[in-house]
Ligand binder design. Sequence first.
Ligand SMILES: Cc1cc2nc3c(=O)[nH]c(=O)nc-3n(C[C@H](O)[C@H](O)[C@H](O)COP(=O)(O)OP(=O)(O)OC[C@H]3O[C@@H](n4cnc5c(N)ncnc54)[C@H](O)[C@@H]3O)c2cc1C
Length: 535
Amino acid sequence: VEQRRRNHWGWGFEDQRPSKAELEAQAAAVAAHLGFSIGGLERPVELAEAQLPQVRLRPPTELAEICFDDAHARASHAWGRSYADVLRGFRGNFEHAPDLVARPREERELEAVLEWCERAGAAAIPYGGGTSVVGGVEARVGARFQACTTIDLGALDRVLEVDCLSRAARIQAGARGPVLESQLAEHGLTLRHFPQSFELSTLGGWIATRAGGHFATLWTHIEDLLESVRAVTPRGVWESRRLPGSGAGVSPDRMLAGSEGILGVITEAWVRVQPKPTHRAQTAVRFDGFMRGAQCVQELSQTGLHPSNCRLIDPLEAQTTLAGDGAAAVLVLGFESTDHEVGSQMDRALEICGSHGGSWEAVRAGGAQGASSSWREAFLRAPYLRDLLVAMGIFSETFETAITWERFPALHERVIAAATDAAIASSAGATVRGAPRVSCRFTHIYPDGPAPYFTVLAPARDGEEIEQWRELKQAISDAVLAEGATITHHHAVGREHRPWYDEQRPEPFAAALRAAKAAVDPSGIMNPGVLVDPL
Ligand SMILES: Cc1cc2nc3c(=O)[nH]c(=O)nc-3n(C[C@H](O)[C@H](O)[C@H](O)COP(=O)(O)OP(=O)(O)OC[C@H]3O[C@@H](n4cnc5c(N)ncnc54)[C@H](O)[C@@H]3O)c2cc1C
């Protein structure tokens, strides 16, 4: 089967490229909606014009068939998909491209690639969909290594087994969201894990980063759906038993979840699946201000009602994403079940919303419409929109965290202030005109606190966008840590969050993690620079 080629710098595939006229029309509409006045639209540097570093490594004959060093393979695996990554790719900068991309078709080939990397003194970077926003897949591995091989799991994308009785499926790590969902649908099942990057990200990447899906409560993170996992390390296979639960010491699954490629390559996992929900109820509730809404969501989070959707969006973000008119905060509220009607849960949740001054649209059962569906469509279109914003000269990035309820108001105030100040200061002198937009929503809620997610849109400082990105990242991450929150709730650590992660984690734990890495990866070839420095 011919592989669809990915866009080597942005979201999606090459065959989805919009025409110049389409881009111009979209840009004009977006600029008017966001209140930015832009100059022209910048065009991406064509791949043929891009500069890539020399290839320093050739594969051995027995691996030549699965190793690629053409410009498209190297460039498209050079960066993740943060704003800074997209911008550098757009401008034809691939300074950290890997020397080779290996695409193993079976575990035996993967083992051979790892053995060869170790012999050749090359770093090895596991790669799922390359949607990391924290520098997780970038071949910035340091001078200790002769070269770098990126190991793309894309050829391992099958659902291998389905256990309908225990409702679990064995799935290969390289399966992208739509690919695994379409195979599960043949059995009437779904994994129901929908991160915003769903279209391009993979099961292995989700596990390696402890990804968070679209749903707000209960099984929000991929590890909640994990029954067992199998990985190939440089010192053998790490595979756990399929168990619904186990108290046998530190969990081998939990240790691989969030390992970000430093311990080995996840090749497959048994995950919990379920039939598609048939009972749904959803609506959008308006609140007079974000904090009014937050008080309501706090109460909802502690009722045991477990709404599947409970995204509180501040007025500015509601206006940005067309979920509202900007005059009120909007709570996208939904319940679903495969088994029972959910109307009574919705009724009780709305009673609570009413007691906090909320007002709502008529509740819809089944298919989504209205503000909640406008918001969902905008959510799924967002990655494509970001590519357009780069061409328009508009800075756009998101920052996420989690904190307990009693500290949330102070965190919110401080992060919004830090982000706004940094956005204004860092965009001084930009050609694009317009006020920065700093907004917040909750992506997930827990009984003891929310996961707030901040979006910054601002005029980009021409030619200095990466410095601007660093200034904002520094200001916001410092504010997050100073308030005692986590540097990441679901975007992972990678290379970009290292300074704050190093500050956040307990030192004895860091020592234990380094030692664990040394046991399974004594040469330290697995994704060096991510999470810990090799011993
Ligand atoms: C527009 C956009 C929206 C996003 N939305 C969300 C969201 O809603 N929720 C969320 O959690 N994240 C989100 N992310 C971040 C990103 O999609 C997640 O971190 C995702 O889990 C990465 O999956 P991937 O397959 O693309 O992994 P990659 O980007 O390829 O890799 C990420 C990390 O995992 C390691 N890795 C990948 N595969 C394996 C493997 N098989 N074995 C061992 N290590 C491996 C890599 O080495 C790297 O360190 C978003 C990113 C973008 C750009």
